[in-house]
Design a protein around this ligand. Structure first.
Ligand SMILES: CC(C)(COP(=O)(O)OP(=O)(O)OC[C@H]1O[C@@H](n2cnc3c(N)ncnc32)[C@H](O)[C@@H]1OP(=O)(O)O)[C@@H](O)C(=O)NCCC(=O)NCCS
Length: 251
């Protein structure tokens, strides 16, 4: 039932996007015909991918040990539980959990709004392929400070840290971003003191760019020292096999 209603809402979403593509082509009949043909082509491929390849779990892609799938409103409890671990939230909110009301009213609508975009961006729930266990999430979204760049992010359950999973998911997202999705630049930001996150960025092939200060809107009540951040990035073509080799293995 859930699968069918999800499939129906996905089909509705894709159909609206098809209509939008045609309507923006303007009144000229030739332009509209060309646009209709192109839009139908994309619609059919997209529907085929969705129905045949992504099946009931709405999987974005799989890696050796993980699969990443879209998030549904009923997943809010998973996000809430993840943010209840003070160690997970140590460099995000000084260990404070995210209140359920904020999760429901602010984060969830924002996360769900991303799925209307193509190429893909937004938040992707991560599971272990072997057991289907939920382990956290990854995101790829326009960077807050430089929105023409795609910002990579991740938050995983403490029980799976240190197994190379953040690196594995990040590498796969970056490869997709520069490959089939056609993005030009990927970046990631964290606090200077979040050494595990910085290491993941390096191992995923990103290079240190510069330090900056997070705003008080992001880290309210924190001193300048506590708001010191670092930015890492890579551009298309700048990420090669050798950059993976130099940065070490995923494990
Ligand atoms: C950051 C995070 C995603 C890393 O996940 P992970 O699956 O453990 O990452 P990986 O195993 O792929 O790599 C972690 C690397 O950091 C290293 N590391 C971990 N803690 C470290 C520390 N305190 N100092 C230095 N390096 C550290 C690990 O040794 C490993 O590097 P290595 O393979 O060279 O040994 C995870 O710790 C997390 O979810 N933290 C809480 C949320 C968070 O801070 N997200 C990032 C916000 S920007």
């Amino acid at each position: 039932m859930v699968v069918w209603s999800a499939a129906a809402s996905e089909a509705r979403r894709r159909f609206s996007s098809l209509c939008l593509r045609i309507s923006v082509a303007g009144p000229h009949p030739k332009r509209r015909r060309a646009s209709l043909a192109a839009a139908l082509h994309i619609f059919l491929i997209d529907s085929f991918n969705h129905t045949i390849l992504n099946h009931s779990k709405d999987i974005l892609f799989e890696t050796e040990r993980l699969y990443l799938r879209r998030l549904w409103p009923e997943d809010v409890g998973l996000l809430f539980d993840l943010d209840c671990d003070p160690e997970v939230m140590r460099f995000i909110s000084k260990g404070q959990p995210t209140p359920m009301a904020r999760m429901q009213n602010e984060y969830l609508p924002r996360i769900l709004s991303y799925y209307r975009s193509w190429p893909p961006l937004g938040f992707w729930v991560a599971h272990l392929r072997a057991s289907d266990e939920f382990i956290g999430w990854f995101h790829l979204r326009p960077d807050r400070m430089q929105p023409h760049e795609m910002e990579l992010g991740y938050r995983l359950k403490r029980s799976v840290w240190g197994r190379g999973l953040a690196t594995e998911g990040s590498r796969a997202l970056i490869e997709k971003a520069f490959g089939p999705w056609g993005y030009r630049r990927v970046c990631a930001r964290t606090l200077v003191v979040n050494l595990a996150s910085r290491r993941v960025m390096e191992k995923a092939g990103l290079s240190f760019e510069h330090e900056f200060l997070w705003g008080l809107d992001v880290l309210p009540g924190c001193s300048e020292e506590e708001r010191r951040g670092v930015k890492y990035s890579a551009c298309v073509g700048g990420l090669t096999e050798s950059s993976f080799e130099q940065s070490g293995d995923a494990g």
